[in-house]
Ligand binder design. Structure first.
Ligand code: GDP
Length: 305
């Protein structure tokens, strides 16, 4: 909780200042307050679509309850923002439990280079290991030597095994090896890194499709999860990436990183609302413990504190 408040500090400052300004000197919620609020939300990187959805809900509430003072607007806004966020059953994630009968649980991690994919994998491995699980990593981003090296460093730091091959080898072969090894060893969880090359959409799609097809040969239920990692500090760029990746493959969960040190945290609301994919984790720092399970209530609550 403390690290959430701390991690969202800059977003909170920007968000709150804008909201406060939007309602300053007003006794009730009128057209002008709503216009200002709309501007404030868009300015806080909540995105047009999501902002309009929130404003529409507030208008409906105001119409129904007739008189709502601006003093009550904060609470109302908080409720309506929560209402547009997708519900994810994050109870099992809180304890890093693996769903019943789904071992080894395979997470395929996708996202553009630089968004914090490797760091997120390291943090996830740490948390799952801490929860008592046997973790294995797959270095299927075979295009960048740095990617394999970084993942290797994380595996050593966390103390989990890693499967890798020579640079330039087929990513799906690495994924195949990783899942095969996990089955042979009786591992609990497999986390596979992939290359996030967006410049060629058809290529990205083919590559991810192939990785999925190949690991299904070993484990028909895999991957259990396709996690897209997005850099929250890039604001609307992150939304653009989400659009590309969801078009290329079936993304089932999101992790939004680098929410510390940015005022663009409102983008989490935009992404969750627009793509209807649960945000499972958020990154609030570079260190191993700086990964938090996303809880929409806590998140929104923190924004308004
Ligand atoms: P990748 O290319 O997507 O694998 O990205 P990396 O995991 O190598 O991360 C890129 C940079 O972002 C590194 O310097 C990380 O330390 C940093 N990073 C990753 N996650 C976070 C985060 O949640 N907060 C901050 N401040 N930095 C992060």
């Amino acid at each position: 909780k403390e690290s959430l408040d701390e991690g969202l500090q800059k977003t909170k400052e920007g968000f709150f200042a804008k909201i406060t300004k939007a309602i300053a000197g007003k006794a009730s919620i009128d057209e002008e307050v709503l216009d200002n609020l709309e501007e404030a939300l868009v300015g806080a990187d909540v995105g047009i679509e999501t902002t309009l959805a929130i404003i529409k809900r507030i208008e409906a509430r105001v119409a129904k309850d007739k008189y709502i003072s601006t003093g009550e607007l904060n609470a109302l806004l908080q409720e309506e923002i929560e209402a547009v966020l997708v519900d994810a059953d994050n109870t099992s994630y809180k304890n890093f439990e693996i769903p019943e009968g789904q071992k080894p649980y395979v997470i395929l991690v996708v996202g553009v280079n630089g968004v914090g994919k490797t760091t997120t994998i390291g943090k996830l491995a740490h948390n799952y290991k801490k929860a008592g699980h046997n973790v294995i990593l797959g270095a299927a981003d075979t295009f960048r030597a740095a990617a394999v090296d970084q993942l290797t460093i994380w595996s050593e730091r966390v103390g989990v095994s890693i499967v890798k091959q020579a640079m330039g080898s087929d990513p799906s072969a690495v994924a195949f090896d990783t899942v095969t090894s996990a089955v042979a060893k009786g591992s609990d969880i497999v986390i596979i890194d992939t290359a996030g090359r967006l410049h060629n959409k058809a290529y990205l799609m083919d590559e991810l499709t192939k990785i999925k097809r190949v690991i299904k040969k070993v484990l028909p239920t895999a991957p259990n999860e396709v996690m897209l990692v997005l850099d929250g500090s890039t604001g609307q760029n992150a939304i653009e990436q989400a659009r590309h990746f969801t078009a290329a493959t079936d993304v089932t969960s999101l992790t939004i990183t680098k929410l510390d040190g940015t005022a663009k945290g409102g983008v989490v609301l935009a992404i969750a609302n627009q793509f209807k994919i649960p945000v499972k984790f958020i990154g609030v720092g570079e260190k191993i413990d700086d990964l938090l399970v996303f809880d929409k209530h806590e998140f929104v609550d923190s924004l308004f504190k």
